[in-house]
Design a binder for this molecule. Structure first.
Ligand code: LLP
Length: 417
């Protein structure tokens, strides 16, 4: 196996070594150049809207804004982050996508005049009652979906998302004179071309059937990235062409140009990120070897929740070269007091052994492609504070989130007397 620096040319060796000297414990690192490169690949779309749930650090959001990207928010927390990062409600810079909305969220949306992408009829009723004329999109469930895992499939009968019968939305929209500006479909994460063609056709059918003049259509997100070295990167040209054809038919129908929007999360940030951890124990258990690192599934959840694969590489603590012909077979586990805290497992929870070069306690173990749904899905399970995040821009690392302290964690409870 190659060591980290031989494996990826994306991170400068001296920069990473400098970070490792300065910080201990697991850290998330992002590389700005990769984000920029990924944005560039989607430049043909009229609007790129970043699904911030994939990576919601305010400094990443600020960077996105600077790079002319708009933002999607799915909770009052994400809405607040978007506003703090400088996104403006004007020009639909922020769109709030959801299937339900509580009073506090509704209030914030109305006060800040945030455009809403409604995933349910009741949301339209709520908005209409308190904010007639509000700018809205409707999110349509196209009655089929697709995802890298059942849990990330967001269309069809097994998905709670979107409006099943969008024609029922029209009388509500009319009643409250809501301003319908766009139609949105997102069928899931990890979309393939067959499903993509189907969703483009579904968008055309719905737009023509509903026959409500609109300004935008959104292709949603879901563009996959190559997690395995054998995965073929998606062809963004094909992706655009399919959607552009759909847009052109709809533009022709309404006799004016419809703007084409795309809403990726993973595609923009996934490959920009790594998680650096340290090996604390290499343990024989019966016939098996467990390698235990200092990050747990509270930090990085994808492998445990979905059985997701992430490439792993090593930075030897002592600069030794890693033998290319000597391997151990090992299971990678974390520090949590739960047997399922294992990063090498399939989607049914079966533990998998992977091949690593001869590792030592103290070596760094790096997970690749963790920029999306890495840090943003972390929790405080086992009372573990959130770990730092660092953004490397022009080869200069900058801390963009410090480590949470245990005191901060306990404060929520201790301030109650
Ligand atoms: N738009 C909507 C309405 C969505 O629900 C999502 C993701 C996206 C865009 C962005 O999808 P992306 O381009 O990132 O695939 N935690 C899972 C992914 C859940 C995605 C939920 N919705 C994972 O780690 O794979």
């Amino acid at each position: 196996m190659k060591n980290f620096f031989e494996k990826t040319k994306l991170f400068n060796k001296n920069t990473i070594l400098k970070i490792l000297k300065e910080y201990s414990g697991p850290i998330w690192i992002y590389q700005d150049d990769i984000i920029k490169k990924k944005i560039h690949q989607l430049k043909k779309f009229d609007i790129i809207r970043f699904a911030q749930k994939s990576c919601s650090n305010i400094h990443i959001l600020k960077r996105m804004r600077k790079l002319n990207i708009k933002i999607d928010a799915v909770s009052i927390g994400e809405l607040t982050r978007a506003l703090v990062a400088g996104f403006k409600p004007e020009n639909d810079e922020i769109v709030f996508t959801s299937d339900i909305m509580n009073k506090e969220t509704l209030q914030k949306i109305i006060t800040n005049k945030i455009t809403v992408n409604a995933g349910s009829l009741n949301m339209l009723e709520q908005l209409g009652k308190y904010s007639p004329g509000h700018r809205i999109w409707i999110r349509i469930n196209p009655k089929f979906g697709h995802g890298h895992n059942q849990k990330t499939n967001t269309g069809g009968e097994n998905s709670k998302h979107g409006i099943w019968n969008p024609e029922l939305a029209i009388p509500i929209i009319k009643k409250y004179k809501l301003n319908l500006i766009g139609l949105h479909m997102h069928i899931g994460s990890g979309v393939d071309y067959i499903h993509l063609k189907k969703v483009c056709d579904a968008m055309v059918n719905q737009a023509l059937y509903l026959n409500q003049d609109i300004q935008y259509i959104s292709a949603g997100g879901g563009l996959s990235i190559p997690y395995k070295t054998t995965d073929i990167p998606i062809n963004t040209e094909n992706y655009f062409t399919l959607w552009n054809n759909a847009r052109n038919i709809i533009s022709k129908h309404f006799k004016h140009k419809i703007q084409l929007e795309i809403e990726p999360g993973r595609f923009l940030v996934g490959e920009s990120g790594i998680l650096i951890t340290k090996i604390h124990e290499i343990k024989k258990v019966g016939q098996k070897i467990f390698t235990l690192i200092d990050a747990g599934f509270n930090d990085f959840m994808r492998p445990v929740l979905y059985g997701s694969y992430h490439d792993i590489s090593i930075i030897p603590i002592d600069n030794r070269s890693l033998h290319t012909n000597k391997y151990i077979k090992t299971i990678i586990g974390g520090p949590l007091c739960e047997s399922g805290d294992v990063f090498t497992q399939d989607e049914n929870g079966k533990l998998l052994e992977i091949r690593l070069p001869e590792i030592k306690i103290g070596d760094y173990l790096i997970f690749h492609n963790t920029g999306a749904y890495g840090s943003s899905m972390s929790s405080n399970y086992n009372s573990r504070p959130l770990i730092p995040e660092i953004l490397i821009k022009n080869n200069i690392p900058k801390i963009i989130r410090r480590r949470q302290t245990i005191e901060e964690l306990l404060k929520l409870e201790l301030e109650i007397k």
